[in-house]
Each structure stands twice: as C-alpha cells, then as structure tokens.
Design a protein around this ligand. Structure first.
Ligand code: NAD
Length: 476
C-alpha cells in the first residue's frame, strides 16, 4: 500500500523542506482529505535554482549523446520498476483512475527511451562550398529551460517537460502544478537516481505568477515551455518576449468531432464515449463539440446519453471505476456554470448535469444537445465530462463549425467516404487530425496545435529540436 510522500522541492539536488516557507495544501480530490503540505519557493530559493541551472547547463551541454541516453534509459527503467507507486501517488493527488495513471508512467517510459535514441540522431549538415572552404550547420542545446506543467497529466506532463531538454543537453527548472506535485517529484527522482547531475533537473513550487515572473525575468533562462490555458499562455509568452526567449506553448483546445451519416453509430460511440470521459474530460485534446449529421443525430445523441448514464464514476483507486473525480473544486464549479448557462439559453440536457455525492469533486458524465452558439460552453474550453452534440446538414457547414473558434489543437472525424476524409484533413484548421480513430499521441509523434492552441511541438524528433538552436559555422 503506497502512502503519500512527504513533499519538498529539489534545488541543486537538495530536498528543500518547509522550514520558514509558506505552503500549499495538497488535497485528494476523491475524498477532500489533506494529503500533504507543499513548501513554496521564496525569491532566494528561485535565485538558487537559477544559479544552479546555469551551472547545470555548463555541465550537461558538454555531455556526450551516450551519457544523455544512458540517463534517460536508466530513468525509464526506474519508472517501470516504480510504476505502481508513482501511479498511486498520481491517482491520490489528481483523481484519475489507476488504469490511467499506470498508462501515464508507460508513456513516460516510451518517451524517455525514444529520446535516448534521438540523442544519437541530431545530425547537422555540411554545405557545398568552393574547395578549401567549409560551412556547417550544427545544433546546440538552447540553454536552461523554465518548464511549467499542469495538473491534468500529473506524470506525463512533467515527463514531457523533462525528457526533451535533457536529451538535448539543457538544464531544466520544472514547476509542475502545486495541486499534483508528488508524481512530478517522483519523475525527477528517477532521473537523479539514474545518474543525472543534480544541477540539471530541479523542481520548484510556488505562487505560479511569482515563480514565472521570477524565472522568465532572468537572462539565465533561454526557453519557456508551458502547458496550460490559452489565457495564461498568452501572458507567459509576453513575459518571454521581453527577453526574446524561445517558447513552446501547448494551450487549450475545443476539439470538434465531425460524425457523418455513413458511420456505424455504435462503433463510433464505443470509442468516443470513452474518449470523452477519459480523465473526466480534463484533457486538452478531449473530444468536445460533436458536430453530427442529421441522419444519425438522434441515434448518436441518445446512445451517448445512455452510455453516459451507465458510466461508472468513483474513487480512481478502486477497481472497475471508469471515471474519477475532477481534479480540483474549480472544475465542478465551472461545469455547473457552463452547463447551467447552456440550458438557460435553450440547450437540452440529455444526461448528467449535476454533482455526485457530498465529498470530493465528482461531477456526472454529462451530455447536452442543440446548444446555441452564444452559450459560454460553445466558445470556452469546458475541460470537463460534458459532450456537446449538435445536428448539422451539409459537410461545408460542419467544417465551418469546426473552424469557428480560435482554437486548433485536436479534431476528429468519422466517415467511411475516402474522398471526404481527404477533404476534411485539408480543410479543418488543427494541429492534429484523427480520421476514424482517437489515437493521436506517441513518443515518435509531434504533439501541438495551431491558432490559440499554441505553437511548437512536444514529443517526436520535433520536440527535441525545439530544445536546440541552430548555428552555422563558416571556415575559410
Ligand atoms: P489556470 O489557467 O490558472 O492554470 C492552468 C495551469 O497553468 C496550472 O497548472 C497553473 O499552475 C498554471 N499557471 C497558472 N498561472 C500561471 C502563471 N502565471 N505562471 C505559470 N504557470 C501558471 O487555471 P486552472 O483552473 O488550473 O485551469 C483552468 C483551465 O486551464 C482549464 O479549464 C483548461 O482550459 C486549461 N488547462 C489546460 C491544460 C492543457 O493540457 N492544455 C491543462 C490544465 C488546464
């Protein structure tokens, strides 16, 4: 039986405990119980982390690709050995089911092993020049990275924030979400136990705005990597711009799902209902706006609602649970507000639409339909367990609805018409497009959005290159 760990920060390899510092209370979202008190960094802690990151960069930029690969592979092995312990910590502090948190550990294992291989493949280029001259294109690590990871993937987000910079030869100061610190600390610990120099990866916590202003205000930091909401992302991008720091921004989405008349409705529902309620809908690529052709609209809506009503909600630590609580009290509040607003404006409530129980932050799997465009939920990311299902006639109107919002992260379509599949893939404005599947992630696969969903990529060779800068060297 895993007990929740004592919380701390990791600065210059030292476990920094509460001492004189302010703390954040970490709560189990299934029970409302306090799990621990997380120490928050003061300015002196952050200065120390910065100075350490500068030393860490000098060390790690001179490491060999083989040394970086060995650390990443070692950390992957340790994560696998500690899979159950890390998964349990994550479920305790974030709420999602153990099945999901175990998968998150495996995602990190795959990513770290992939990047261990990619370290060997950072090839440069030699340009054609007259005899006696040489021009080469080379890649160098960008420098110390400030990485901010949210709470929705408490293991996977820190893994992404650490894997690529470490493979590239950068140092990292990670501030994962104060609401789910235990899993991130476990990942950093795997890296340190695998032999990563203590200066290279650090973990700090604090008041988010203070930490990000402090770190981004320092010339030591050369790159910002942020995952979170568009509104915070825009704010951080402006801070980074003051010092022309590089940025990778993984921001919000409002995933459209185009369902055409020619599909097997039950087959689509089997996939999409599970996709919708995964992690209680708190996923940036969550399928959100179901844009359904009229011929299958009623069957699709009713089938979705029926499955939603039978979805098994409970404490993610228990066997057989399909959906845990929401991660924090802000989310059920937002569900109540957004669904209430939609219904007040004329939407139909087909399932859920209410909290469950009187402890923790549970919200029922919900379905609303025929939702007017001026409802808040049609324009803001709901980030919760609610499917919005609206009927449409023509393909062009469905595409127009998919492209209506300023977001462009993930989009989905279901149709067996091969020509239409190609048209949709070209016309829908999105960073990731799925045709008859929801599988869009993988260690080798660039993950990222367009428009307000951000820029740059994580994962894949692109994620590694995003942590490097290009230098051309000309020799006469
Ligand atoms: P939020 O927008 O304040 O926080 C989102 C994340 O950003 C948190 O991890 C938070 O610690 C961090 N953050 C906030 N302000 C920051 C700052 N100034 N500097 C550095 N980090 C900062 O609020 P929230 O209630 O946690 O989430 C609300 C919305 O955020 C959700 O509805 C969803 O739209 C979005 N979100 C997106 C993702 C994603 O994967 N893209 C993840 C979590 C939340």
């Amino acid at each position: 039986m895993t007990s929740y760990p004592t919380l701390h920060m990791i600065i210059d390899g030292e476990k920094v405990m509460q001492g004189h510092r302010a703390t954040h209370r970490v709560v189990n979202p299934a029970t409302g119980e306090t799990l621990g008190e997380l120490p928050l960094a003061d300015a002196a802690d952050l200065d120390r982390a910065l100075e350490t990151a500068q030393r860490g960069f000098r060390i790690w930029r001179n490491s060999t690709a083989q040394q970086r690969a060995a650390v990443l592979q070692g950390a992957a092995r340790l994560m696998l050995e500690r899979q159950e312990e890390i998964a349990r910590i994550a479920t305790m502090e974030q709420g999602k089911t153990l099945v999901e948190t175990r998968i998150e550990v495996l995602m990190n294992v795959g990513l770290f092993n992939f990047y261990a291989g990619e370290t060997q493949r950072v090839y440069g280029r030699q340009l054609v020049r007259p005899a006696g001259m040489r021009s080469t294109v080379t890649y160098e690590p960008v420098g110390p990275v400030a990485a901010f990871a949210p709470w929705n993937f408490p293991i996977g987000n820190p893994g992404r924030k650490l894997g690529a910079p470490i493979a590239a030869g950068c140092s990292v100061i990670l501030k994962s979400a104060e609401e789910s610190p235990g899993s991130a600390l476990a990942i950093v610990q795997c890296l340190l136990d695998a032999g990563l120099p203590k200066e290279v990866a650090q973990a700090v916590y604090g008041v988010p705005d203070q930490v990000s202003r402090h770190l981004l205000g320092s010339p030591i930091i050369r790159k910002l990597s942020f995952t979170g909401s568009t509104v915070v992302g825009k704010h951080l991008a402006k801070l980074a711009a003051d010092d022309m720091k590089r940025t990778t921004m993984e921001l919000g989405g409002h995933g459209p799902v185009l369902v055409f008349d020619d599909v097997d409705v039950d087959g689509v529902l089997d996939t999409m209902v599970a996709g919708k309620y995964r992690n209680a809908g708190q996923v940036c690529v969550s399928p959100t706006r179901f844009i359904v052709q009229e011929g299958v609209f009623e069957r699709f809506r009713d089938g979705f609602a029926e499955r939603a009503k039978g979805w098994k909600v409970g404490n993610g630590m228990e066997d057989g649970i399909q959906m845990g609580p929401m991660a924090n009290p802000r989310r059920p509040d937002a569900m109540e507000r957004m669904i209430g607003d939609a219904v007040a404006k004329g939407a139909k409530l087909n399932a859920g639409g209410e909290r469950i129980g009187n402890q923790g932050f549970f919200y029922a799997p919900s379905v609303i339909s025929e939702v007017p465009l001026d409802a808040e939920i049609m324009n803001e990311e709901p980030f919760g367990p609610v499917a919005i299902i609206n009927p449409f006639g023509k393909e062009e109107d469905m595409i127009a609805e998919a492209n209506r919002l300023p977001y462009g992260l993930a989009a989905y379509s279901w149709t067996n018409d091969a020509r239409r599949q190609k048209r949709l893939a070209r016309e829908v404005e999105t960073g990731m497009f799925c045709v008859n599947t929801t599988m869009l992630g993988g260690a080798d696969t660039p993950f990222g959005g367009v428009k307000w969903s951000g820029h740059g990529h994580e994962d894949g060779p692109e994620g590694l290159m995003a942590c490097m800068v290009l230098k051309t060297v000309h020799e006469g």
